[in-house]
Design a protein around this ligand. Structure first.
Ligand SMILES: [Zn+2]
Length: 121
C-alpha cells in the first residue's frame, strides 16, 4: 500500500512540475487536474514575438524587454512627429496651390538630429 501511495505522489509531482494544478474551480468540481490554461505556451509565444520585434531578452525580464521596445517606439514616433511638423510649416497655401519654402536651418537641423538620434538608439 505504501508503494502505491509513493507512485501516486510521484505522478502528482510530475503533474505539478508540468504546470498542472488541482481543480479548485467550484463550478467544475471534477476533483482532477487542470493545465494552467496554457499559460506557459502563451508566454513562450509572447517571448518569441517579442524577440522577433527586436526585443532583447538577455538579462532582462520579458516585461523589461517590452518596456524597452515601447520606449524605443515612443522616441521614434516623437522624432517623426517633430520632423513632420517642421516639414508642414514649410508648406504655404498661395491661393491657387501650395508653395514650399526652403527649410530654414533653425527648423531643419533639430528635426534631422532628432530623427538620427532616434534611429541610432
Ligand atoms: Zn475541474
Amino acid at each position: 500500500m505504501l508503494e502505491k501511495n509513493d507512485t501516486a505522489e510521484a505522478l502528482y509531482d510530475v503533474l505539478r512540475r508540468n504546470g498542472f494544478v488541482r481543480c479548485d474551480i467550484a463550478a467544475c468540481n471534477c476533483g482532477s487536474w487542470h493545465a494552467r490554461h496554457g499559460w506557459p505556451e502563451r508566454f513562450a509565444e509572447f517571448k518569441d514575438a517579442l524577440q522577433e520585434a527586436g526585443g532583447e531578452l538577455t538579462g532582462v525580464t520579458a516585461l523589461g524587454a517590452l518596456q524597452a521596445l515601447i520606449a524605443e517606439r515612443d522616441k521614434l514616433r516623437e522624432a517623426a512627429e517633430y520632423a513632420a511638423h517642421q516639414l508642414e510649416k514649410a508648406r504655404i497655401w498661395g491661393g491657387m496651390d501650395w508653395h514650399y519654402n526652403p527649410l530654414h536651418p533653425m527648423n531643419y537641423r533639430p528635426a534631422l538630429e532628432r530623427l538620427r538620434d532616434a534611429v541610432r538608439a
